[in-house]
Design a protein around this ligand. Structure first.
Ligand code: S3P
Length: 163
């Protein structure tokens, strides 16, 4: 099986669905955010604060390039589509799955989240980021799955059926 890359905005469920797909398809799951934190021994918030977003993007691309292109589920960070090289890598090597979630649903899920530096901005900035990203996810995906009002199991089964 070609590796599956889960893309989507912060809070769209990439890590949760990644874990569930991994169990269902019996292949290992890698979360690029977790990998960045492990490899570079800092939390994402610390990397943003100490080294800036550009450094985080460099680390993220480095981690992505080193993930296996067969028989894996890769949950990516919401900003993976910010770099063309990442998009190219995912499209060339595997199947890209976009977990599409509405802004309102994301805002509800992340209401108390304090771990994501780009979610600590004001509402207009978050909306602008969401709209800009939405276009990038749509343009670069192989499979689009709507996630609003669906359980994680339903979403996971839906992706499996589409493969
Ligand atoms: C980011 C999303 C985060 C994390 C970082 C930047 C983004 O991942 O990579 O805070 O630019 O959208 P999640 O999508 O897993 O929250």
């Amino acid at each position: 099986m070609k590796t599956l890359y889960l893309i989507g905005f912060m809070g769209s469920g990439k890590s949760t669905i990644g874990e569930m797909l991994s169990s269902l398809l019996h292949v290992p799951h890698i979360d690029t955010d977790n990998m960045v934190e492990e490899v570079y021994e800092q939390t994402i918030a610390e990397i943003f604060q100490n080294n800036g977003e550009g450094t985080f993007r460099m680390y993220e691309s480095e981690v992505l390039k080193n993930t296996p292109v067969q028989n894996h589920i890769i949950s990516t960070g919401g900003g993976i589509v910010e770099r063309d090289e990442n998009v190219l890598f995912m499209k060339e090597n595997g199947v890209v799955v976009y977990l599409e979630t509405s802004f309102d649903e994301i805002a509800e899920r992340l209401e108390y989240d304090q771990t994501r530096p780009l979610w600590s901005k004001n509402v207009q900035e978050k909306k602008d980021l969401f709209i800009r990203r939405q276009k990038l996810y749509e343009k670069n995906t192989d499979i689009l799955v709507h996630t609003d009002n669906k359980s994680a199991i339903e979403i996971t089964e839906e992706i499996k059926a589409l493969l």
